[in-house]
Write a protein that binds this ligand. Structure first.
Ligand code: ATP
Length: 301
């Protein structure tokens, strides 16, 4: 028995010359909403495909709900809900017929969970799935998946392409669902404002490796924004400790830095700063500054 819903050990995936997962060690505890973020190409979808048993690893191991991901039985799969941005559902079927089909397929079907989520949308049972708006189809998919009674719910960019109102409806139906409360949710998204709202644990993948894992606010606290009035060019970027980003705006130097504390003010003063001010940053700024730093560098051979 394990209290981790996901455990990978030295998980590696190569597509020809491309290294998508690089000896990834990742353990995700049961319970709560975990967000996985990473730049495009960081390996998130590859990780999900391996975890769900759709793709074999090149080496290493991946366990999901305590099982080897390459040997999942239909019963194991029934314990996992998966929603991605495509919300692929049979467009020619009526909403009521799809729900009835799912009810027959999943022994743990929970009608209350279905009603609770679908209640957030103006979806009529007699409507054909193909007639639903993109946001309604996303909500319908979430309702179906939560009603399966999954122990683990994997959401891969579930709100991609939805407008602000539909995104909010999706997040609210997830956050206020009692079925979601009783399962572990893995939420993969590029939308930091969504992560900020729902996630209790933030996992950052970078080029197939684990770059950070903590509560989102702990990660935010690692990144600070400093504004300094430095005459002339300022210190060479390579000499700035923890530098993620530097900009010159209206004659002031703006530094976004990682893991710097009060001694960073000393550094700036030593570099000739007349005034120094530090301020906290949003999760969006912190994650994007962190990811952008390494994104700009050439990949290791
Ligand atoms: N079938 C494939 N053949 C070759 N390379 C692939 C294949 N699938 C993915 N890759 C490469 O593996 C790396 C990881 O891709 P993956 O789709 O897992 O990233 P991601 O983090 O999900 O990206 P995004 O945020 O853009 O969806 C990328 O560099 C991608 O080009």
């Amino acid at each position: 028995m394990t209290d981790h819903v996901i455990e990978t050990r030295a998980l590696t995936k190569r597509y020809g010359a491309k290294l998508a997962l690089d000896a990834l060690d990742l353990s995700i505890a049961a319970g709560r909403i975990h967000a996985i973020v990473g730049a495009n190409g960081a390996g998130k979808s590859t990780l999900f495909r391996i975890l769900l048993g759709f793709l074999p690893p090149t080496s290493g191991s991946a366990r999901i709900l305590g099982r080897d991901s390459q040997q999942l039985t239909p019963a194991d799969r029934g314990r996992i809900g998966f929603v991605n941005e495509e919300h692929t559902l049979p467009g020619w079927m009526r909403v009521s017929a799809v729900a009835a089909m799912q009810r027959r397929q999943y022994p743990r079907w929970n009608p209350r969970a279905y009603e609770e989520v679908i209640g957030h949308y103006h979806v009529l049972p007699e409507q054909k799935v193909g007639q639903l708006s993109r946001g309604e189809r996303a909500g319908f998919n979430l309702a179906l998946t939560l009603a399966q009674g999954p122990e683990l719910l994997v959401l891969d960019e579930p709100t991609l392409g939805l407008d602000v109102v539909a995104k909010r409806a999706f997040l609210e139906s997830l956050m206020y669902s009692s079925a979601a409360e009783s399962c572990t949710v893995i939420y993969c998204s590029h939308q930091m404002e969504e992560i900020e709202r729902v996630a209790e644990n933030l996992i950052i993948l970078e080029r197939g490796r684990l770059a950070h894992m903590s509560a989102p606010e702990e990660f935010c606290a690692r990144v600070t924004h400093w504004v300094a009035d430095i005459p002339f060019a300022g210190p060479p970027p390579a000499s700035v400790p923890g530098l993620l980003q530097v900009q010159r705006i209206d004659g002031l130097h703006h530094y976004l830095v990682l893991d710097q504390h009060d001694d960073f003010a000393q550094f700036l003063r030593g570099a000739g700063a007349r005034t120094v001010q530090s301020m906290p940053v949003s999760l969006d700024r912190a994650v994007n500054g962190f990811l952008a730093k390494n994104h700009a560098m050439p990949a290791a051979a």
